[in-house]
Design a protein around this ligand. Structure first.
Ligand code: UT7
Length: 338
């Protein structure tokens, strides 16, 4: 028997007799004020600006101050996304947060953000898919909107990896930064040519030991630190992300020529360049923030979207491909007509 896959192959958007599709109505981001340069890190651990730039493309990262929690940053990004959409919190009936660094085990960060925004209806939950959290969140929100379960959804990625890094491990601590990004998604029955066209999410637990957080709630007295086998993750990222972008194009009978922008997860410039080349895109069609933000995990795609929408690169009608891979392993892609 052939089971339906995690891939949702659908005709683009809506017709009057079809379920609604999902449009991106607003994007927002928040970055902590404090910037830490490669040179500052090199003054504390055995690394160098040259090594970090050459291997990753990173020149600096934002690091959260004590008050800049996942909830605080997520709320700021959400407010900016709602402002951009021209709506207030009363338009929100669901909040989905991708985070690996929640303020506490529960209540969920999404529920805390809901409270901070003053939203009292609908539902809110966190999802754990590491760096793929935003792509997973978009996929779930789109499915729930199409099913009629909600109409106005905030999908937020918010991360304070600075609090789970082993600052003595030069192989990981130079790679990550803090921040939050959000999109406001809405059920759309009017613009058949706009919206989320398809999403494609995957996981393979066989590779759980190449990227993980050591120690968890319930494992007493164990500090929580991110652990990564960088070379192995790199190898999987290049192969699996290539598969995810091919899958998104094939599912919609599109080619690389149809793509206006690649907005990838920002882990490493070398991986991003490989994806841009695979899609035959010009370098200026790839949105890059990893140089200034480093890897902000689930926040990296909405932060990059926010930058490219605000500076006018992404325009209504443009076709955007997003993709990410993270601990799990989890990975996925989505095609969105802005
Ligand atoms: O968002 C989740 C997904 N994550 C990723 O996609 C990350 C994927 N992986 C990567 O981006 C790369 O593997 C890294 C940037 C993490 C590492 O680059 P690499 O080219 O794979 O380097 P490596 O780990 O093989 O290390 C090469 C050398 C080693 O020294 P030896 O053993 O050759 O003497 C490391 O000890 O570089 C050394 N090294 C460093 N040197 C200076 C590792 N980290 C540093 C450092 N500064 N920060």
């Amino acid at each position: 028997m052939t089971l339906p896959s995690t891939t949702s192959d659908r005709a683009p958007c809506t017709t009057p007799d079809r379920a609604p599709c999902t449009t991106v109505n607003g994007v927002g981001g928040y970055l902590p004020e404090r910037i830490v340069t490669n040179d500052e890190l090199a003054s504390r651990i055995d690394t160098s600006d040259a090594w970090i730039r050459e291997r990753t493309g990173i020149t600096q990262r934002h690091i959260a101050s004590p008050h800049e929690t996942a909830t605080f940053m997520g709320e700021q990004a959400a407010r900016r996304a709602l402002d951009a959409a021209g709506v207030g919190p009363d338009a929100v009936d669901a909040i989905i947060v991708g985070t690996s660094t929640p303020d506490q085990g529960f209540p969920a960060t999404a529920v805390a953000i809901q409270g901070a925004l003053g939203v009292t209806r609908g539902f809110a939950f966190d999802l754990s898919a590491a760096c793929s959290g935003f792509v997973y969140g978009v996929s779930i929100a789109d499915a729930m909107i199409r099913a009629g379960q909600c109409h106005g959804v905030l999908v937020i990625g918010t991360e304070v990896y600075s609090r789970i890094l082993n600052w003595q491990d030069r192989g990981t601590c130079v790679l990550f930064g803090d921040g939050a990004g959000a999109v406001f998604l809405r059920a759309n029955t009017e613009h058949a040519d706009r919206g989320i066209i398809s999403t494609h999410i995957h996981a393979d637990g066989r590779y759980g030991d190449i990227l993980y957080i050591d120690g968890a709630t319930g494992q007493t007295a164990k500090p929580q630190h991110l652990v990564m086998n960088g070379r192995e993750v790199f190898r999987h990222a290049v192969g699996k992300l290539a598969g995810a972008v091919d899958e998104a194009l094939a599912a919609n009978h599109l080619t690389h020529n149809d793509i206006d922008w690649l907005v990838p997860h920002q882990a490493n410039l070398r991986i991003i360049d490989a994806m841009g080349k695979r899609l035959n895109l010009r370098p200026e069609q790839v949105v890059i923030t990893v140089d200034r933000h480093a890897n902000t995990s689930a926040a990296s795609i909405p932060l990059a979207l926010d930058e490219a929408v605000r500076d006018g690169r992404i325009q209504p009608g443009h076709l955007i491909l997003i993709e990410a891979l993270g601990g799990g392993l989890t990975w996925g892609s989505a095609l969105i007509r802005f």
